[in-house]
Design a binder for this molecule. Structure first.
Ligand SMILES: [Zn+2]
Length: 481
């Protein structure tokens, strides 16, 4: 009996606004505990919330990027529950009238074809505070209380996610899109991107849905996939044995890599939702939506397509270059100064990434300016320096921030330009190594590498090996006439 998983996610992403959703306290995940709090976000009696307009804009941007309908009428609602990190005893969220509904996120499905994962809704709400557990007691930090959050709920019934691979692809696409738009930094370690995961199984070909299991508060892609894998195994064993799946909330034990029951899943009535009386209903005009739409930058999928067409580099390389918007921007600034896009992309991916990684810095802090980087690519492409020398010049550029021409001048690197000089050297090498030449002529073409090596030695590594090879071949052909 074969089962297929149906997976959906509730992704919570903290918005990158400067202040909180209903007060003017700063949003700063790195601040000391309880340094960004006020009477509003700590729920002092008599305080009233004032909505952050930017948070509404960000939510609409996400809605548009994920192909949702933007509802004209949106209503905030109180979601009532008790927890020590929730001072009001309720969370202001959206229930019956969210800002965005009925969209999709396009991913590459397991069959290699585009697959539109259904999005049920995207709503705006406030985050709760954070409990810090010490030995024997717990402390509460309210810095996070009231930080704006969007919840992106994928659809369980309309094009759900069907495999672990699709799950990963979906989460990566959502995160990358939010980062591209500057809507959220989505740093998982800082809790800016967290997921509740829902999974049910059904027999392949079946149309109905079995009971779902929810795994709460996951904040690492690896753990999400581990938990899903465990659930697929657990649920298929139960179904095979003819047992029923209980609808419940489970917790993932990160060490043992198993899920354990937490509680039977609460339903919406448990939260006693009702419209938030302290906030007016939102009336989102089409004009406002079109203004927000203009703020959406080129999104990853479009960028990939354009890069492949414009620069003629392979899709797999483009995917690496566009993974982060900053890298794609850097590449494009470089591309203004060189036409050798293929070599440029390889050098960004291999050499520049290696140096950035070894210094643990991002491309934003890269000390090599795009123009200088392209100058180096051009010197290499023209055969004026070898790969080896280009690499050492780049390392120097990375430290000093100087241009390649300056470094060449300072270090007195001989730029080989005159083919005549090379031609003379090659003649010498051929004359000195007649036995090798005989070998090549008798068909052992690989022996040519030895001659190339000898020429390179004479130039102290400063010639273009590819050019030397071509010139040797030319000369040998001439000799064999
Ligand atoms: Zn506050």
């Amino acid at each position: 009996m074969e089962f297929e998983p149906l997976i959906c996610f509730e992704v919570h992403a903290e918005l990158k606004t400067r202040s909180k959703l209903f007060c003017s306290c700063a949003v700063d995940p790195d601040a000391d505990p309880n340094t960004h709090i006020c009477p509003v976000c700590t729920a002092q009696p008599g305080t009233l919330p004032v909505l952050n307009k930017r948070a509404v804009e960000f939510t609409i941007m996400a809605g548009l990027a994920f192909n949702c309908r933007i509802n004209r009428r949106a209503v905030f609602a109180r979601k009532n529950y008790f927890y020590p990190d929730l001072p009001k005893g309720y969370q202001i969220s959206q229930y019956e009238h969210p800002l965005c509904e009925d969209g999709y996120v396009e991913i590459t499905g397991d069959d290699g074809k585009p697959y539109k994962v259904g999005i049920k809704r995207i709503h705006l709400e406030e985050d709760a505070g954070k409990l810090v557990h010490e030995k024997g007691y717990s402390l509460v930090d309210f810095n996070r209380a009231g930080v704006p959050l969007i919840e992106i709920v994928s659809d369980h019934t309309r094009n759900p996610i069907r495999s672990l691979k699709e799950a990963k692809e979906y989460l990566e696409t959502v995160r990358q899109t939010l980062q591209y738009m500057g809507v959220s930094d989505c740093i998982m370690e800082k809790g800016q991107f967290r997921c509740d995961v829902n999974i049910s199984l059904r027999k392949k070909g079946e149309k109905g849905f079995n009971e779902r299991v929810e795994i709460k508060n996951m904040s690492s892609f690896r753990f999400i996939l581990d938990a899903l894998q465990y659930e697929i195994k657990r649920q298929s064993e139960l179904l095979k044995a003819g047992k029923k799946i209980v609808q419940e909330t489970r917790l993932f034990d990160e060490r043992k890599k198993v899920t354990i029951p937490m509680r039977t899943k609460e339903d919406a009535p448990d939260y006693r939702y009702f419209p938030e009386p302290d906030l007016v209903e939102l009336d989102i005009s089409p004009e406002f939506v079109s203004l927000v739409k203009e703020k959406i930058p080129e999104l990853p999928a479009e960028k990939v397509k354009r890069f492949v067409e414009k620069y003629g580099i392979s899709r797999s390389d483009v995917l690496i270059l566009t993974k982060q918007r900053e890298t794609a921007d850097y590449f494009e600034r470089c591309a203004e100064y060189t036409s050798n896009y293929k070599r440029l992309s390889l050098w960004v991916i291999n050499e520049l990434f290696r140096l950035l990684k070894s210094d643990s810095i991002g491309i934003k802090e890269c000390p090599v300016k795009p123009k200088a980087f392209s100058e180096l690519i051009n010197l290499l492409s023209d055969g004026q320096i070898t790969e080896q020398i280009a690499k050492s010049i780049l390392e120097e550029m990375f430290v000093s921030g100087k241009d390649p021409s300056e470094i060449i001048k300072e270090k007195d690197i001989k730029v080989i330009q005159e083919k005549d000089v090379l031609e003379q050297m090659i003649k010498e090498v051929i004359a000195e190594n007649q036995e090798i030449v005989e070998k090549i002529k008798s068909g052992k073409r690989e022996a040519i590498n030895f001659l190339v090596g000898q020429v390179m030695k004479k130039t102290r590594g400063q010639a273009n090996a590819k050019l030397v090879r071509e010139m040797i071949l030319q000369q040998l052909d001439y000799l064999s006439l």
